[in-house]
Design a protein around this ligand. Structure first.
Ligand SMILES: [Fe+2]
Length: 365
């Protein structure tokens, strides 16, 4: 029984601390992490909880092994490193401060090395059980350092880049959101986009999102907010309907029946960041056709003006990541099913014939 408790207590303590750390981490992984410039070596998010679970188990077993032999000499050091480990999660993920995170994790590296050295003199098994932890920490130290070096301000703030829709969306009488008029006739985009598609997509789907948004925000603090602020701050149904309203208005506003050549400034930037306009179109199309399920693909600019392509599932809007939207395509099935049935690739191909490049260029600011 005593031997069982020797293992059980440290393992449970470790896993409890790990569970709490994962809880703190999960919010940042969803909101803050995507806004950071991260190392190309960063593993997929799913790897982190799996790796930490295994490592915490081994860390608990290491002390458990020593305790089972009646050796309590490393309990204090073990607890100290676990505390510093937890503090790294707090400083890096909760406070979102890569500098304090790096200082903490460097201290942790020293403590864990010290534990391994001291443990080795008492039990090689206890020391070896800490080695995967040490290797993972070295990797985490590198990732933390990379984020610090490449994101001097700790990453972009949500909605740091001002981007608003050109139309005033609110009705001045009761301050409810309205559906703005299209800048072209309903049949003007045919054959790329038929009147019937617009009657449903613009006339019914967008209308539903706007009605839902008005209903959901009535009597809430969101009622007096700009729609961009709602997108940045809300979650759940309010976010979904605000973002779908914004995305659709932005999308319809980017289309034109009388396309002109790409302005020189935009063409230069596309060449700079994608190699050529054709390569940009090919990459964007690939993401649009390949996006699983419903969503939006965006051309965005970061705060330094660098252009990139972002694929967002469902109602995803890059404003939340502090990116400036320049161009988008709606790849929800309702956007193309009437004209193209299930042939999303054909829809995306036609889409390039009705993009208003002047509008895209004007959004560069
Ligand atoms: Fe849509």
């Amino acid at each position: 029984m005593k031997k069982f408790l020797s293992y059980f207590v440290p393992v449970v303590v470790c896993l409890a601390v790990g569970g709490l750390a994962s809880y703190i981490q999960s919010g940042s992984i969803q909101e803050w992490y995507p806004t950071l410039e991260r190392s190309p070596l960063t593993p997929p998010n799913i790897v982190f909880p799996i790796a930490w679970s295994v490592i915490y188990l081994l860390v608990g077993l290491s002390l458990g092994y020593l305790l089972s032999r009646g050796d309590r000499s490393l309990v204090a050091l073990w607890m100290l490193q676990l505390f510093v480990n937890f503090m790294w999660c707090v400083l890096f993920f909760a406070f979102r401060n890569p500098m304090l995170g790096l200082l903490d994790i460097l201290l942790l590296d020293v403590l864990v090395c010290a534990y391994i050295v001291y443990a080795y003199g008492r039990s090689r098994i206890a020391a070896w059980l800490f080695v995967p932890y040490m290797l993972w920490l070295m990797f985490a130290t590198y990732l933390n350092g990379y984020i610090l070096v490449h994101n001097g301000d700790g990453g972009r703030e949500r909605c740091a880049v001002a981007a608003t829709l050109s139309d005033n969306l609110k009705n001045n009488i009761d301050m409810t959101y309205t559906v703005p008029a299209l800048p072209y006739e309903m049949d003007a985009l045919s054959p790329a986009m038929s009147r019937e598609t617009l009657e449903y997509h613009y006339g019914k789907h967008l209308r539903t999102y706007v009605d839902n948004l008005n209903r959901l925000i009535e009597g809430t603090p969101y009622k007096d907010m700009e729609i961009e602020k709602i997108i940045c701050e809300a979650d759940g149904a309010v976010y979904n309907n605000a973002a779908q309203t914004w995305n659709h208005i932005f999308f319809f506003d980017t289309l034109t029946p009388s396309q002109k050549p790409i302005p020189a400034r935009l063409e230069e930037l596309l060449k700079r960041d994608f190699g050529s306009v054709d390569e940009f179109i090919a990459k964007f199309s690939e993401k649009a056709v390949g996006l699983f399920g419903s969503g939006w693909v965006w051309l965005v600019a970061d705060e330094g003006g660098k252009l990139s392509i972002v694929a967002e599932p469902n109602a995803g809007n890059p404003l939340r990541a502090g990116l400036r939207p320049l161009l988008t395509v709606d790849v929800w099935e309702h956007a193309y099913y009437i004209d193209y049935r299930n042939r999303r690739a054909d829809f995306v191909k036609s889409y390039w014939n009705i993009v208003d490049w002047d509008k895209v260029d004007s959004r560069l600011g």
